[in-house]
Design a protein around this ligand. Structure first.
Ligand code: ADP
Length: 757
């Protein structure tokens, strides 16, 4: 069924739906008609058989009664030959079936024989004949002999009755034949009267009984011999038919109706009836074909209807095929074309039914698909262009870009990123990021957690490769959404070249500052000498110029010192000599030194320390530079007549120095940049305060060398508090530190030394 095409399925369905019920109805009709006809046939046959049996029975009964009656006439009974001859000659004339009649005495001697032509003279002894013996010895029973068929004569039968003595007969004359027999005995018998009866008329009447259209009756005797049959020729050739099914059935005493094969080999429905007097049987038969003649007609009608319906079904299925299959086939062809990419193919819309709508929708779907595929193609093209653009951007940017997946595998890398490792991007593709890149900071490996979403900056890292080391800054973007193929993007800025420039610059500054310092020292020496020896001789304006020249050389000296310090900081060559320093004492003395500068602006420097002695491990001169810088700035960047509060406190194991002023303050956006090299807040540029933007940078470097922290708290316009903290001296921690002299401490990441050297 699965492999069948739709048109075959439709045809089968039609056949099943239309012909199935037709078949069932036809069969039911045929079946009921058949059983009805069968019933009717049995009734008909039974009736005919009964009728025929009665006819035979009546015939024989009447012949016996007549014979008995004749036998009781005195001439016959007394064997009076003369009178009996006359009586019997008259008697024979009265019965047209009687062929001849014989009167015999008790010894079997024929006394009178009369046939239809008259008296027969020649007499014989019939003592041995069945008829005589039966009538004399079987006293009490009349005798009916077997049916005799002679050449040229119609079938006939002998009927014999005994002659009974007079005295008894008189008394019994009113009795019936059957009752009469009871009183007879062998000794009462005087002779026998035998009638030879023709059965021609009887058989004609029996065999002419019509049963249905082709039914007939025939008669068998109690041995199964055929004694009457409509086809006498058949009877002559087949006298014994005991073997025929229904005859045998009858002989066994069954006379129900049944279907069998007839004596002539035909399928028949048959029935039988016994002739009670002789135990002969009348058998009626009707050929099945004639019984079921109407059924055959029904069959024919059914088959015609069936064929008609089948033809109709074929025609209908053909029409259906045109109506349904043709659109479905064209739909299927359309789907094939759609499948092969022909989205502009249109199905013909011919009908306004569901199939028409289906075709319309199909066409719409094709149109939509065509549009969608067009737009998809466009999008794909755009994506491809974007992808190419992105690729070329990634390839062309000078920064290295590496993308990794969830397993930290490198899924995308551009040439600059690979160049850091002296390899090609294709070589590194697919490697674990941890294996490919090693990040160092101060010679220590930096561990990056690539699974923690966020944006992370790493500055001043070193990426070693077998032949070189690269100096880089990293931006690591770790994505929140780990479902995509990329989980993190690492941007690597190679600063190796700028570092070299920086180194060159720092070297240049150091050399320049160093070279300037010697002549400046001489200059300042001569100016000091002039001031001490020649100043009183100079006019006031000359003194003023000398004073300015001294200030100028001081400023220049500060700048040169600062520049030297910066270069030391950046090259990591700043030297600090740790000693135990009493912080309040140092700060207080520096405050006192700055009092004169404060006074010039009529400012008050107020020192306070909660504890008189707080010892820290420090380089006193470097620390003084820091404190002086903070004090100078406070004086410089706060107004005249102001107050500056210097405070030394202790918090747990930290010492804290703060310098608070009520001056310009620091705007919030400047705070993060305040400790960078050369940075100056805008207000300090406009207010005319001179400065280099290096003081806080150097201060921070010095404090960090001391393992301390420097910072600022400020509100713009209200003043600022600069502070630093230092660890309190602890023997266990710092004893060794302070005992070592000339200690050089590094700073500022990768400028301090080249790891490859
Ligand atoms: P300089 O003072 O030579 O400019 P510094 O590094 O010492 O350099 O200071 C950097 C900048 O910080 C200054 O130019 C100034 O703008 C700002 N600054 C420092 N201290 C103060 C302060 N106490 N009040 C306001 N601004 C300050």
């Amino acid at each position: 069924m699965h492999g069948l095409k739709i048109r075959h399925k439709i045809l089968l369905l039609f056949l099943f739906v239309s012909l199935g019920p037709l078949l069932v109805v036809n069969l039911a009709l045929i079946f009921t008609t058949q059983s009805q006809l069968k019933r009717e046939a049995f009734v008909r046959q039974n009736l005919a058989a009964t009728q025929a049996a009665e006819r035979v029975d009546n015939f024989l009964g009447s012949k016996i009664d007549n014979l008995i009656f004749e036998s009781q006439t005195s001439a016959v009974r007394l064997l009076d030959t003369k009178d009996a001859s006359l009586n019997l000659a008259t008697y024979i004339k009265g019965d047209r079936d009687l062929l001849d009649i014989t009167l015999a005495n008790k010894q079997g001697k024929q006394l009178v024989v009369v046939n239809r032509s008259g008296l027969i003279e020649k007499h014989v002894n019939i003592a041995a004949s069945d008829a005589f013996r039966a009538a004399t010895f079987l006293a009490g029973k009349e005798y009916i002999g077997p049916v005799i068929y002679d050449e040229n004569r119609s079938p006939h039968v002998l009927i014999a009755v005994p002659l009974i003595k007079f005295n008894q007969q008189q008394d019994l004359s009113h009795l019936s034949t059957a009752e009469f027999g009871k009183y007879r005995s062998q000794s009462d018998i005087t002779g026998v009267l035998i009638g030879n009866y023709s059965l021609g008329n009887l058989w004609d009447s029996v065999l002419s009984i019509k049963i249905g259209e082709q039914g007939y009756a025939y008669v068998v005797d109690d041995k199964g011999n055929l004694i009457a049959h409509p086809d006498d020729k058949f009877r002559r050739n087949n006298q014994v038919v005991a073997a025929v099914h229904q005859v045998n059935h009858f002989l066994e005493g069954k006379n129900d109706q049944h279907q069998s094969t007839s004596e002539r080999g035909q399928a028949v429905l048959s029935s039988s009836k016994e002739i009670s007097r002789t135990k002969w049987g009348v058998i009626t038969e009707e050929p099945i074909s004639s019984v079921y003649k109407e059924v055959s007609a029904l069959y024919r009608l059914g088959i015609s209807v069936f064929i008609g319906a089948a033809v109709l079904v074929f025609v209908l299925s053909f029409l259906m095929r045109k109506q349904i299959l043709t659109p479905i086939q064209s739909l299927s062809a359309g789907a094939d074309r759609l499948g092969s990419g022909d989205f502009n193919y249109k199905l013909p819309v011919k009908t306004n039914d569901e199939l028409g709508h289906l075709a319309e929708n199909f066409n719409k779907m094709g149109g939509n698909l065509s549009l969608m595929i067009g737009s998809l193609k466009d999008k794909n093209l755009t994506l491809e262009i974007e992808h190419n653009k992105l690729n070329s951007i990634i390839k062309s940017v000078s920064d290295g870009i590496v993308a990794i997946d969830n397993n930290h595998k490198i899924v995308s890398i551009n040439p600059p990123a690979a160049k850091l490792l002296d390899r090609s991007d294709t070589e590194i593709m697919g490697q674990q990021i941890e294996h490919a890149y090693q990040w160092l900071h101060d010679d220590k490996a930096v561990q990056i957690d690539y699974d923690k979403p966020g944006i992370y900056l790493y500055n001043g890292l070193v990426v070693p490769s077998p032949n070189k080391a690269s100096y880089v800054n990293l931006v690591v973007v770790i994505l929140e959404n780990k479902t995509s193929d990329v989980s993190a993007i690492i941007t690597i800025r190679d600063l190796t070249q700028s570092r070299e420039l920086e180194v060159m610059k720092v070297d240049f500054v150091a050399i320049a500052a160093h070279e300037l310092r010697t002549p400046l020292t001489f200059l300042r020496g001569y100016l000091e000498l002039m001031k001490n020896q020649d100043a009183p001789k100079l006019p006031p304006d000359g003194q003023e110029r000398l004073h300015r020249a001294l200030i100028g050389t001081d400023q220049l000296s500060t700048l040169i010192n600062n520049l030297l310090n910066v270069s030391r900081v950046e090259r990591g060559s700043m030297e600090i000599h740790m000693t135990k320093v009493d912080l309040p004492k140092l700060v207080n003395s520096l405050c006192n030194q700055q009092q004169s500068s404060a006074k010039m602006k009529n400012q008050k420097l107020i020192f306070s320390a909660k504890e008189p002695e707080i010892t820290v491990p420090a380089d006193a001169s470097a620390l003084s530079e820091v404190i002086n810088n903070l004090l100078n700035n406070a004086i410089k960047y706060s107004p005249d007549n102001g107050q500056i509060e210097i405070n030394v406190t202790r918090q747990d194991d930290l010492a804290r120095v703060s310098v608070k002023d009520y001056g310009l303050g620091i705007p919030p956006e400047a705070k993060s940049r305040l400790f960078r090299k050369f940075y100056r807040v805008e207000h300090s540029l406009t207010t005319g305060n001179r400065g280099t933007g290096l003081g806080l940078y150097i201060s921070k470097a010095i404090i960090e060398l001391h393992h301390g922290e420097i910072g600022v708290e400020s509100e713009a316009g209200k003043g600022s508090t600069f502070y630093f903290t230092l660890p309190i001296y602890d023997d266990a921690k710092h004893a060794k530190l302070v005992s070592e002299t000339n200690q050089v401490m590094g700073t500022r990441g990768w400028l301090k030394k080249d790891p490859t050297n």
